[in-house]
Design a protein around this ligand. Structure first.
Ligand code: ATP
Ligand code: MG
Length: 584
């Protein structure tokens, strides 16, 4: 391996208060993990009770649960007790509107306090919540609301008028639209969220929800095709709690900032449920990425644990570590990343400029929670996703006709697979039974990602099965090629795809975004090709380079290689409902 492991600081291991990895794996059971939660009478369980009310019952009602940072500098604080009362009000609002257990509540909201209140209030009411990115256009909104049979939409006046009013009749089953900023004057056919909240009682008896009752509907990022609606149940909270501890080192006294929007599963599982269930303080920023704003938040809010994504890290790298010298980030002690492969370059960079590595971890909308991670008390191996968390049985499998067989030989590439049985696993792709069933074979859940396991038990991401390139008999994982190019000082971001070639079948083409101060000319292209050949050998290195100002990404920050490929080949673009505008 080209990169040395980054040894864990002793003080960090001690503070994490976690067992040694092997010991933790040995002693773990989901039944024991369940006991960390309170539960409700007669075996009932409700995510919102575990995240909010139980802390009030245990005497922590005054503790700061959520601090909201408005785009304009406005700050709003919610203690656990305030959050309990506000979410009770929303649950009462739903009940008064005839919305009950199993009904579907959708949001089309930026990161406003009302979003967080709606998620937790809906769960208290036994309703199912489905958060959508506020940047979605009418088509993705309608298709998601149709698949999930939306009963309620919570949104703002502007979003309603701009995106939904004209298409509302395409969702005939929708019963209510609640406008959070109606200011006493909701658009025709909608209701005033604030007025209803004021009238509602702040006491509420949580609806009985059982472990297997549906709680959340989350659409996948749409990186590889049409998004799937993954169904998650209340029992998932068991996994949200323990994975937050193991993979994010979250404790009660932490100030935690997850930069993800709840429109993406990360922003719900870890941007709401996990930190609250652990009893930590959650920071929510309304604004979009801005390096100086982000560093100021880390400093001013004394963030101790920070969870973000490779795209953001690469943007920070693009700006450079120099500006960090103006910020005292001494409170920060744990940083983690998810969503895309994290290039080893980025891990080593963070170790240099922050004095700490980003801990990569892997999971999916379907898995509901972190599965593989550079475990908090374990040395970080740059470029590796880490090891399966306690309670998670992961393997590398090969396909055998209709079946799947585990490959145990270290270093062999195969499909990353998991043995189902953890609480946050999806229970269905809503209304897509066949697509769901296709994910399971011989007792494995097949993830659609290719990976390998090394002799030390660390898992390495190779690429999505759809993105893998076959060139002259070689199987080329895009991640390896991209990471090699990232090592070049001019490169800010990169995506590679396979393009047809008469002789080799496919050859590698790289799309490169440059750091400030570099010119996208032929000389640089030649230099990059040469660098890649030296690092990877001629069989694997790209044959072509194209410079791009920005690469196409999903709303959750994932590079859409399939779109680059479709455009390259002049094929239809397919489902691009999650594409970020201007490809930023
Ligand atoms: P779709 O399934 O609709 O194509 P998606 O797979 O991008 O979209 P998500 O569930 O948000 O939707 O993303 C999960 C995927 O993201 C994983 O299957 C994997 O391909 C990628 N991923 C997540 N974390 C990592 C990581 N640490 N390293 C490499 N890839 C990762
Ligand atoms: Mg996927």
């Amino acid at each position: 391996m080209p990169w040395e492991p980054i040894e864990k600081r002793r003080s960090d291991v001690e503070r994490a208060n976690l067992r040694d990895y092997d010991e933790a794996v040995q002693s773990f059971s989901w039944d024991k993990a369940r006991l960390l939660l309170d539960g409700l009478p007669d075996g009932a369980l409700n995510i919102a009770h575990e995240a909010v009310d139980r802390h009030v019952a245990h005497g922590s009602g005054d503790k700061l649960a959520l601090r909201w940072l408005g785009r304009d500098g406005h700050v709003e604080d919610f203690s656990y007790d305030r959050l309990r009362r506000e979410t009770n009000r929303f649950a009462n609002v739903l009940r008064s509107l005839g919305i009950g257990k199993g009904n579907r509540v959708y949001s089309l909201l930026g990161r406003l306090p009302a979003l967080y209140i709606s998620v937790l209030g809906s769960l208290k009411n036994g309703s199912v919540f489905c958060p959508m990115f506020s940047a979605f256009g009418p088509e993705p909104i309608v298709s998601r609301m149709t698949i999930g049979e939306a009963d309620v939409l919570v949104t703002t006046a502007t979003l309603y008028k701009r995106k939904f009013a004209a298409v509302r009749d395409q969702v005939p089953g929708l019963r209510h639209v609640l406008i959070v900023d109606a200011d006493g004057n909701p658009p025709e056919g909608t209701l005033d969220f604030t007025a209803l909240m004021q009238e509602a009682s702040d006491e509420f008896d949580i609806e009985r929800t059982d472990l297997q009752d549906m709680a959340l509907l989350h659409f996948t990022s749409g990186t590889t095709g049409k998004p799937k609606g993954a169904v998650h149940v209340h029992e998932a909270v068991v996994a949200h709690q323990v994975t937050g501890k193991f993979a994010l080192d979250l404790h009660q006294d932490d100030i935690f900032w997850c930069t993800a929007d709840p429109g993406w599963v990360t922003g719900t599982s870890y941007g709401i449920i996990s930190p609250l269930t652990i009893g930590a303080t959650l920071i929510v920023d309304q604004a979009e990425f801005d390096a100086e704003r982000w560093y100021s938040i880390l400093r001013d809010q004394k963030v101790t644990v920070w969870y973000t994504a490779p795209t953001a890290i690469r943007m920070l790298m693009k700006i450079g570590g120099e500006i960090l010298k103006q910020y005292d980030l001494s409170a920060l002690r744990f940083m983690a990343s998810v969503g895309e492969p994290l290039n080893p370059e980025a891990v080593v960079w963070s170790q240099t400029v922050f004095g700490r590595p980003f801990h990569d971890n892997w999971w999916q909308t379907e898995t509901g929670g972190i599965m593989i991670a550079n475990y908090a008390a374990m040395d970080v191996v740059p470029g590796s996703m880490g090891k399966p968390l306690p309670g998670i049985d992961a393997g590398i499998v090969e396909h055998t006709g209709d079946g799947a067989r585990e490959i145990t030989r270290p270093g062999t590439i195969g499909e990353l697979a998991l043995r189902p049985g953890w609480p946050s696993m999806m229970r269905a792709y809503l209304h897509e039974e066949a697509r769901y069933r296709k994910c399971f074979r011989d007792g494995w859940y097949l993830t659609g990602d290719l990976a390998l396991r090394d002799a030390g038990g660390y898992f390495w991401f190779v690429g999505r099965a759809d993105d893998v390139i076959k060139s002259a008999g070689h199987l080329i994982g895009p991640f390896e090629v991209e990471s090699a190019l990232m090592e070049h000082e001019a490169v800010a971001e990169v995506a590679v795809i396979g393009i047809p070639d008469e002789i080799a079948g496919e050859v590698v083409k790289a799309y490169v975004g440059l750091k400030a101060g570099y010119r996208p000319d032929d000389d640089l292209a030649k230099e990059l090709l040469g660098h890649a050949r030296k690092r990877l050998g001629p069989a694997v290195a790209p044959k072509q380079i194209a410079f791009r100002e920005n690469l196409p990404k999903t709303r959750s920050g994932k590079i859409m290689r399939r779109l680059l490929k479709a455009r390259e080949l002049g094929l239809p673009e397919g489902d691009i409902s999650t594409l970020e505008s201007e490809e930023r």
